[in-house]
Design a protein. Structure first.
Length: 280
């Protein structure tokens, strides 16, 4: 089959999905609004879809601080050109990320008009507290698009299915790689934190906690993050200032835009992984 993913960007947590589909003999395409600095394009190169004139005008007028987040939440291509693109590509399945976003809504509508099968892919909770409003909205979306829904978040296979077309599909990682065998080299605990340089990743709180920890323990910290947009650079500068203020240069290393293919080696080299994000 020819499978087209539609998302704001090609995130690294989607790499295993793509790899599994390709190894099963499927052709995978990816339409995005922008590319990130730490993306892995070894399996495929995503196609950046040009935003509509209206999207570009709104961008100029609003001048958002977080350009990537604005693109993801507000930008979209012109509908008729994108409809023609799908007609040319002739995908068998269109996988739509976050149908509440304008790009996804237009892509889903175009796919529906062309009679293509649609899969909705979100990171919403599968077995969470449901409300009448949420259930009706989900049912309406599934029925109107004739779609199947997948999410990797808070699903429990042993529980009854919440809907015949709602499925729990957990994230997967490639295990065919070296595993950690040597721990606490030189009697030091090496801590790894990975997250793009935005406030919600809580780098400053992490540094504050690490500053307390290092007073009584032999610890080192490596911070790995994406640095590809103006808002990333601004937050990265705050992180570097905090390291200087707390005099953490000897214990803290900051690395930016590490290729996805090199990240596994970092996990092997460290003893503890910390995710300090407040919204994940």
């Amino acid at each position: 089959m020819r499978i087209l993913f539609v998302a704001a960007r090609f995130h690294t947590n989607q790499v295993p999905f793509v790899k599994a589909l390709q190894e099963a003999g499927h052709e995978v395409l990816f339409d995005v609004l922008f590319r990130g600095g730490s993306e892995d394009h070894s399996l495929l190169v995503p196609t950046v879809v040009r935003p509509s004139l209206l999207s570009r005008l709104r961008m100029r007028l609003r001048r958002p601080v977080n350009v990537a987040a604005y693109h993801a939440d507000h930008s979209f291509p012109s509908f008729l050109p994108y409809l023609r693109r799908l007609r040319r590509l002739r995908p068998d399945v269109v996988v739509v990320r976050d149908p509440n976003r304008p790009f996804a809504r237009r892509a889903a509508l175009a796919a529906r008009l062309l009679g293509r099968r649609i899969v909705i892919y979100t990171q919403g909770e599968v077995h969470a507290r449901s409300t009448r409003k949420k259930d009706l909205m989900r049912e309406g979306l599934i029925r109107s698009l004739g779609a199947t829904w997948f999410s990797p978040v808070r699903g429990e296979p042993s529980l009854p299915r919440v809907h015949e077309r709602v499925n729990y599909l957990p994230f997967a990682a490639d295990q065919d790689r070296p595993v950690k065998e040597v721990w606490f080299v030189d009697d030091r605990v090496r801590i790894l934190a990975i997250g793009k340089f935005v406030p919600r990743k809580n780098h400053l709180l992490l540094l504050e906690a690490f500053d307390v920890l290092r007073r009584d323990h032999a610890v080192d910290l490596t911070i790995v993050g994406e640095l590809s947009h103006a808002d990333h650079h601004a937050h990265h500068a705050l992180v570097m200032d905090e390291i200087a203020l707390r005099e953490l240069h000897d214990e803290v290393t900051v690395r930016t835009n590490v290729p996805f293919t090199d990240v596994h080696a970092l996990y092997v080299q460290h003893d503890l992984f910390v995710l300090a994000s407040r919204d994940e």
